[in-house]
Design a protein around this ligand. Sequence first.
Ligand SMILES: [Zn+2]
Length: 292
Amino acid sequence: MTPSIAERFASITQFQRGGHRAPHKPLLLLIALARLQRGEPQYGAYSEMAPLLAELLALYNRTGLAHPHHPFWRLQNDSSAIWEVPERERLLPLENGGDVSNARLISGDAHGGFPTEIDAHLRAHPSVVNTIATGLLHDNFPPSYHEDILNMIGMPWVVEEAPRRIRDPKFRGSVLRAYNYSCAICGYDGRLGEKSMGLEAAHIKWHAAGGPDEIENGLSLCTFHHKVLDLGGLGIDDELRVVISGDVNVRSGPTDWLHQFHGQPLAPPQRESFQPALAFIRWHRSEVFKQP
Ligand SMILES: [Zn+2]
């Protein structure tokens, strides 16, 4: 059976290939979908898309390295057949590594976009664009990234459709309870009336990467430390101590809410069996934490 257009987009998902997480292709596709949604022409100029893609990669790629020309060129060769560079022949032959350089894509005025039949189908079916964008976000990034990515690419907030993997509604409550409703890093335990405020249950190994909804994969964190954990600005070592990435700079402010916790142990949960499991911590260090 021929895969649907949405299935072809989903097939580029990076996590299933083993090895390291690589958000390059999903981010390029999201930028292109946002262009299409705004009614811009089928093919967009590399010189216009590359700066935004580089900015996104600097934030959301594990290494912080931004090479926007890699996905722009390589996505053409993906078996999904959802990306075209019309100037392809003119830009050949390939340089070392089988790529075309950033400089050549700019000087050759390269463009990229969806093949005509896909482009036409998506323009005629805006709900399919929403489905695909939702899928790309859920399959590749933790929820704390979604709104920021959509804001950066200029795409209206995508209406949540049925998630691909069901989330356990008890996860949040169980994790917050295990840590006595306070941040395992800074101890924040603010409440608004009776209810915790600004406190979240973080997945250490992302749900998008197959991380389970279990207490050993969770941490009760304040909104700020949750965000920094998901971005890789902090990690956790095998002794359950906080490690702040060498890439983190805090320029001013009354208190540095990151470096003061470097080397500090996480607050222990109520039972030892609730402690973060090493497998999840190590996944986070290898796939998310920005190594100094
Ligand atoms: Zn905190």
